[in-house]
Ligand binder design. Structure first.
Ligand code: NAP
Ligand code: GLV
Length: 309
């Protein structure tokens, strides 16, 4: 089978080596080398150039190089009917939960305040609630959100989560749907966004949502930049509605040097590294998908095209 690899050319060597361990007879073509487009049956992509996949008349399956698939749906000429498989990799799940635990602990232990105090050489001790008194709400209870929620629970936090359809997680107060969101927000001191970016979730982190959080709540967004209305976040931080925000993802990446987030004293940011795709483990998941596809077995982690995740 011929698989078209569409991403940064630098990572192609790693993917060629790792996929060869699992699918030795696979031919990997690295975009922009297309060869005969009619020979390509599968594609492994991150942000494919719009129109590219539509130029492959015999394309029968698309694999996402990330857990999110919004970068694939961004192509208005995405061929209809071709199955899309997203990346689910235990390494990535663990990495995301590490990130979420780190950032929630930083906020819980007032690390942004103490960093600012250190800069100003201020010795001031603040009262420290224990984790059981800190209410954490996780938006998105899928592969990543549910693992993060359960690991935060182990740290002792008071956990709630929100999903589109009803979910149950031990020790986590689960809410779903529009009514459930309001209920979750009013009992959330630290809000973690792990939603997929879809038409239903774009811009969800806006002034109306912040207004439903308790005064002085904090935000961790490690899903997608387009979930956040940036001006609303700045206004919420300025008014004290939000005390702090940790951001891993941005509307424009890399974040432009002149962007106000860089220097905001109550924003901690990282450059989209919460859970990067790691070829040695991710290749196993892609190889399993290729084998299932070749054998005509049901695909795992197939995207629901109507829900866009
Ligand atoms: P997933 O398994 O598909 O889970 C998505 C969750 O969001 C599900 O619980 C789903 O509800 C919920 N959801 C979707 N639409 C909703 C809506 N309209 N209202 C309420 N809940 C909704 O996705 P995942 O693997 O956990 O990944 C989540 C996202 O993380 C990815 O899409 C990606 O954008 C982001 N991500 C970021 C990084 C990074 O490095 N920053 C790395 C990997 C992934 P149901 O359970 O009812 O379906
Ligand atoms: C990264 O952001 C991913 O979607 O895997």
């Amino acid at each position: 089978m011929i698989l078209l690899f569409v991403s940064d050319v630098d990572s192609a060597g790693d993917w060629r080596r790792e996929l060869a361990k699992h699918v030795p007879d696979l031919e990997l073509r690295v975009w922009p080398e297309l060869g005969d487009p009619t020979e390509i049956e599968a594609a492994l992509v991150w942000r494919p150039p719009p129109g590219l996949l539509d130029r492959l008349p015999n394309l029968r399956i698309v694999f996402s190089l990330g857990a999110g698939v919004d970068h694939i749906f961004a192509d208005p000429s995405l061929p209809p009917g071709v199955p899309i498989v997203r990346l689910v990799d235990p390494y990535m799940t663990t990495a995301m939960s590490e990130y979420v635990q780190l950032q929630v602990l930083r906020l819980h232990r007032r690390d942004p305040v103490y960093r600012a105090q250190q800069q100003a050489r201020i010795w001031r001790q603040w009262p420290q609630p224990n984790a059981a008194e800190r209410r954490v709400g996780v938006l998105g209870l899928g592969v990543l959100g549910s693992d993060a929620a359960l690991k935060l629970k182990v740290l002792g936090f008071d956990l709630a989560g929100w999903s589109r359809t009803e979910r149950k997680l031990p020790g986590v107060a689960c809410f779903h749907g529009a009514d459930g969101l309001a209920a979750l927000l009013e009992r959330t001191d630290i809000l973690v966004c792990l939603l997929p970016l879809t038409p239903a979730t774009e811009g969800i982190l806006d002034a109306a949502l912040f207004a439903r959080l308790p005064q002085g709540a904090a935000l961790v967004n490690c899903a997608r930049g387009r979930h956040l209305v940036e001006a609303d976040l700045l206004a919420a931080l300025d008014s004290g509605r939000l005390a702090a925000a940790v951001l891993d993802v941005f509307r424009e990446e890399p974040l432009p040097p002149e962007h106000p987030f860089w220097r905001h004293e109550r924003i901690l940011l990282t450059p989209h590294v919460a859970a990067a795709t790691y070829p040695p483990t991710a290749a196993r998941a892609v190889a399993e998908g290729l084998r299932r596809f070749a054998d005509g077995r049901p695909l795992l982690n197939r995207v629901d095209r109507s829900e866009r995740y």
